[in-house]
Ligand binder design. Structure first.
Ligand code: GLC
Length: 441
């Protein structure tokens, strides 16, 4: 009997703990799930030569020394994070994620753990993270920090390209008491130290890790890292690149053809690089970016769209143009963007769909100019109204076929909007339903 009680107690207790944990994860992620659009910012010394961020060292295309010489041109002299915030707001973004430190190890804040930072090692000579966090917060934009777990300049982090070990020793000073630690232990102390600094000094809403692929979870002490982050700030959200200990998934560059399970975010560059590379003019057209955005949010994800500021802190006009065009589209269609959830499963409509929170409005996205009529299958509800977002034009519809006695709905044939009611990029039709959506499959 006693055993049964103990067993029941353990089961109920663990269920309670789990429920609490799940509940708080959902609470932490509440803002993230409604955010829809974030702006990714890859800003670092790689913008000076306008090259790929960090990787040229790893690919042995550039020596560590030549790569680091770029820091002498990193001025930040026109860096006005308030202007960034205004631009991101105009783009319709609800969060931003800035590279506090990329794989190259160069930190954008005056970290006491290394001299390889913008205050000690560049003409910028000031903290760039604090003003960013403050400006975003003032504009109502959630503050995200990208942080590369791996650090290709840290003397205690093993790499397979040559580095000037003496210089590194000076750049990454080691307290005397650390002598008894091995390189791995020293690196972990360094990594936890930098993250603790970022968390305690700036209180970000989101940590966006990268570079976890170089080691397994135990090596990074991923579990303990996640626990520490939550101890330092119980509200913080953590992306998925933490060897399974993150809160959401982050596919990049290739649009997932089937959406990931659970919360997720898709990150994408505007041209082919994350940072500022002026020789790369392969910009995605606004149409592609807007369609991608619609597809991602129709499957319950967020889009994290990347910009690469110049060494002086200004954002290139090509990026600005794209952000403004996307923002203008979002403003025309905001009813379907914010507060909506993923739409219908495949088979009902040829294109992305979204649903309002109360499930009483279904949004249909048209990527092209519809011919004859727009078909919508398997919706049982009575239709109250069909509107074109942006112009408020109402459209006619007829229901055709179906089998009433079996509650099988007929096909809705919706009148195709005339070209003057079509959006230049993606047209959204709002289908107002009597009651929450009821589908037949
Ligand atoms: C990859 C790249 C890195 C980039 C990141 C953005 O991990 O290695 O350079 O910052 O993607 O998601």
């Amino acid at each position: 009997m006693k055993r049964i009680f103990t067993f029941l107690f353990v089961v109920l207790f663990s269920a309670g703990v789990l429920a609490q944990k799940n509940n708080s994860t959902a609470q932490r992620l509440a803002w993230f799930k409604n955010a829809k659009l974030g702006i990714f910012i890859h800003w670092g010394i790689y913008s000076v030569d306008g090259i790929t961020a960090s990787w040229p060292m790893k690919w042995k295309k550039m020596s560590w020394e030549d790569y680091m010489k770029q820091s002498t041109g990193f001025t930040a002299k026109n860096y006005h994070p308030d202007q960034w915030a205004q631009l991101f707001k105009e783009a319709g973004a609800r969060y931003a994620v800035l590279t506090t430190k990329h794989h190259d190890g160069f930190a954008l804040w005056p970290t006491r753990y290394s001299k390889l930072n913008c205050v000690d090692h560049s003409p910028a000579k000031r903290d760039l993270i604090g003003p960013y966090a403050e400006a975003m917060r003032k504009a109502g934009i959630k503050v995200g920090f990208y942080f590369s777990l791996l650090d290709w300049s840290n003397k205690d982090y093993h790499v397979d390209f040559p580095r000037p070990e003496k210089t590194l020793k000076k750049l990454y000073p080691q307290p005397a008491w650390e002598k008894h630690l091995n390189a791995h232990q020293r690196f972990l102390r360094f990594m936890f130290g930098q993250l603790s600094e970022l968390s305690h000094r700036y209180h970000p809403d989101l940590f966006w890790f990268d570079g976890d692929w170089e080691h397994p979870a135990e090596w990074w002490q991923a579990q303990s890292l996640k626990d520490s982050l939550l101890t330092w700030d119980k509200k913080v959200v953590v992306n998925g690149r933490l060897r399974g200990y993150g809160d959401y998934q982050t596919p990049e560059q290739g649009i997932p053809t089937t959406p990931p399970k659970g919360p997720w975010e898709f990150c994408m560059t505007i041209n082919d690089h994350w940072g500022y590379v002026p020789s790369d003019t392969n910009y995605k057209p606004a149409a592609q970016i807007i369609r991608t955005f619609v597809k991602i949010i129709s499957e319950g994800g967020n889009l994290l769209l990347d910009v690469g500021p110049k060494p002086d802190g200004t954002i290139d006009s090509a990026d600005v143009r794209i952000l403004k065009t996307l923002g203008a589209w979002i403003r025309r269609n905001k009813e379907a963007v914010y507060g909506s959830t993923a739409g219908l499963p495949p088979g009902h409509f040829y294109g992305p769909t979204l649903l309002s929170k109360d499930k009483k409005t279904l949004y249909l996205a048209l990527f092209g100019q519809p011919k004859d009529y727009i078909g919508l299958a398997g919706v049982r509800n009575k239709i109250l109204n069909i509107r074109v977002l942006g112009t408020d034009k109402t459209l006619k519809w007829v229901r055709n076929g179906g089998a009433k006695w079996k509650n099988i709905p007929g096909l809705l044939r919706i009148e195709a909007p005339s070209s003057k009611d079509l959006d230049p990029y993606v047209t959204i039709l709002a289908v107002d339903l009597e009651g929450p959506i009821d589908i037949y499959q």
